[in-house]
Write a protein that binds this ligand. Structure first.
Ligand code: NAG
Ligand code: NAG
Length: 461
């Protein structure tokens, strides 16, 4: 038996954590690591809301490839809390660049933190790397091999800054609520809310959504209902590999069905995140057509292979999908609803979203392609504050990068491609020649490095 075939898996598998996909065990000799953390505690009493941002949360450090992020709400004994007690509206996790030595006088004018957004198209919202809601217990986040989300690259933070992580957890306690669904849909009347968090008057037609269930707000509970104050945590498990040339980087895009600006005027500021589903008309109800279909178009700046996709919807959701310019289906993601009482199977709540894992190379999008986002809800009744988000991972590069980085790797990244396209043709010809020579040299270097490759392709033990 070769020494290199010994795989050390530092996976803390416990009965409460969903088992990793089988694929996770095939890591080509690279060390897959996993660690479980707790967010800072948050406190909820019946009907109350917590929507807090936690900065500099515990997270794996170093230049890494993220492979999965799973989370759930637990109490102080580590017991999973069901959604009908504490509704997990959402959690998001996002890196940011924090100013080092922020006390010293010469950096006083610099921002203390700069958000490191994903590659997505919404400029002000939805910049997260991962984010889910009630569906978190049964929604796969595994990034398939050989792909990974690159984090902790020491070259990335601006001078004087370092990468840190923030988590936002929005949870609504609905113990004793007079209308549990109404509280989770942030109906303004249940929160007795006419102004938002910043004292601005809400529009008359705004009857529910995030402006009415911000941090420390209170939803109506039954007279005389008593429930103890609960101390809760978001427990999250991160799985990762050390970054290496064997990992193909992926970009994160989130498309929002509420971004209704026309494709040629996309500025990315029209992502409203939430929308309202009106109850269907009596005519449609008679025809059994109580479905609300919301559609928008989005432009993906840089194309590549879609290697993962998932949607985010709220209760009432019946599926969302993403389509290419020619109408072809890129990914459809369907919610599953719980049928019981226990955490992970709560009746009438979305407890999981189906995911897309296309065969590598089989689902491609091109630079600047106009995509269509579709989000379907049941309009059997009205719904406020619902969402229709499509999250995809795109690999711009098909193969692992050539090992010694003598020059550019092929194919040329999308952004660079665009610059090259603007350059005058004769110059382009010379550039292509240089690239070709580089390619030959890189290939030669690659062949030599094969002999010193660490780790086997297959476990032949
Ligand atoms: C609702 O809000 C109004 C005005 O902000 C306040 O006067 C009233 O007492 C509130 N009602 C309840 C039940 O909290
Ligand atoms: C959304 O609804 C439309 C119209 O009923 C249907 O054709 C489509 O397949 C639905 N898509 C998903 C993902 O559920």
């Amino acid at each position: 038996m070769r020494r290199a075939t010994i795989l050390v898996l530092l996976i803390a598998l416990s009965s409460v954590i969903a088992p990793l996909p089988l694929e996770a065990l095939n890591v080509r000799g690279h060390l897959l690591k996993s660690k479980t953390f707790l967010s800072p505690a948050f406190f909820l009493h019946p009907g109350s809301v917590s929507n807090k941002f936690y900065y500099d949360v515990p997270f794996p450090r170093g230049h890494l490839a993220l492979k999965s992020f799973n989370a759930e709400v637990v109490d102080e004994n580590g017991v999973p809390v069901p959604l009908h007690d504490t509704y997990l509206h959402h959690w998001v996790v996002e890196p940011y660049y924090a100013l080092k030595n922020s006390d010293s006088a010469d950096v006083q004018k610099l921002p203390k933190g700069i958000i490191a957004r994903n590659s997505g198209v919404c400029k002000k919202t939805l910049g997260q790397y991962y984010g889910l809601g009630s569906e978190t217990r049964h929604t796969a986040t595994w990034v398939p091999d050989p792909y990974g989300i690159e984090i902790g690259n020491p070259e990335k933070p601006p001078e004087g800054y370092e990468e840190k992580w923030l988590i936002n957890v929005h949870a609504i306690d609905t113990r004793g609520a007079i209308d549990k669904l109404g509280c989770t849909e942030c109906k303004c009347d249940l929160y007795n809310m006419t102004i938002d968090e910043y004292g601005r008057k809400l529009p008359k037609d705004y009857i529910g959504g995030l402006y009415c269930c911000y941090d420390e707000t209170q939803c109506k509970v039954k007279e005389g209902f008593n429930g103890e104050l609960r101390k809760l945590f978001l427990r999250y498990t991160v799985t990762w590999l050390d970054w290496s040339d064997a990992v193909v980087p992926v970009k994160i895009y989130i498309f929002d069905v509420t971004d209704t600006s026309p494709p040629d005027e996309k500025s990315g500021t029209a992502c409203k995140v939430e929308y309202q589903v009106e109850e269907c008309s009596p005519e449609n109800r008679a025809k059994n057509e109580c479905i609300d279909v919301k559609v928008t178009k989005e432009v993906i700046p840089c194309g590549g292979d879609i290697v993962f996709g998932v949607a985010h919807q709220h209760s009432g959701g019946i599926g969302a999908s993403l389509h290419g310019q020619d109408g072809r289906l890129l990914c459809a993601s369907i919610p599953s609803y719980g049928k019981g009482e226990e955490a992970g199977n709560e009746d009438n709540y979305i407890v999981g979203m189906s995911t897309c894992y296309p065969k590598p190379g089989s689902v491609k999008v091109s630079d600047g392609e106009v995509l269509t986002v579709v989000s379907n809800y049941s309009s059997d009744r009205q719904h406020t504050g619902v969402m229709g988000l499509l999250y995809i991972l795109v690999a711009e590069q098909e193969q692992p990068a050539p090992k010694p980085a003598l020059c550019f790797s092929f194919p040329v990244p999308c952004k660079l491609n665009k610059i090259i396209n603007m350059v005058h043709a004769p110059f382009l010809a010379i550039l292509m020649l240089i690239l070709r020579i580089c390619r030959v040299l890189t290939d030669m270097a690659d062949e030599q490095s094969l002999n010193v490759q660490v780790g086997p392709e297959e476990d032949d033990a």
